[in-house]
Design a binder for this molecule. Structure first.
Ligand code: FES
Length: 116
């Protein structure tokens, strides 16, 4: 069901998901887009988006605590890099999807894979 990969700009279509103001510095919002759970993070004006589904056991990874750019899955404690989706610690061994993000005219756009 989930394709654990980092999407490249040429493989996605950008859709507006929020205004810049909706995600304050250091905050995150949880989105559901076309049935996919995605978390959008703001690190000092830089935005990152990852799937909110842990590759270990489908936990709600984006609800975990942040340690710099690492998100810690609340289920079993795997760490992932929010910027890339890379799995950094056990028990996760597979990366989670990370989506390209753009900001245009105050709107945050996430690149979603074309065709779902
Ligand atoms: S579900 Fe995330 S570490 Fe197990």
């Amino acid at each position: 069901m989930y394709n654990y990969k980092t999407y490249k700009e040429e493989d996605v279509e950008f859709v507006s998901v929020a205004s810049e103001d909706e995600v304050g510095n250091g905050e995150r919002i949880l989105l559901e887009i076309d049935g996919q759970a995605i978390a959008l993070f703001n690190f000092a004006g830089e935005f990152f988006a990852i799937a909110d589904v842990c590759s270990h056991d489908d936990g709600p990874v984006a609800e975990g605590e942040l340690d710099a750019f690492e998100i810690i899955c609340p289920r079993h404690g795997a760490h992932f890099d929010v910027r890339t989706g890379k799995a950094l610690t056990l028990p996760a061994v597979v990366d989670i999807p990370a989506y390209p993000v753009r900001v245009e005219d105050g709107e945050v756009l996430i690149g979603l894979p074309v065709g779902g």
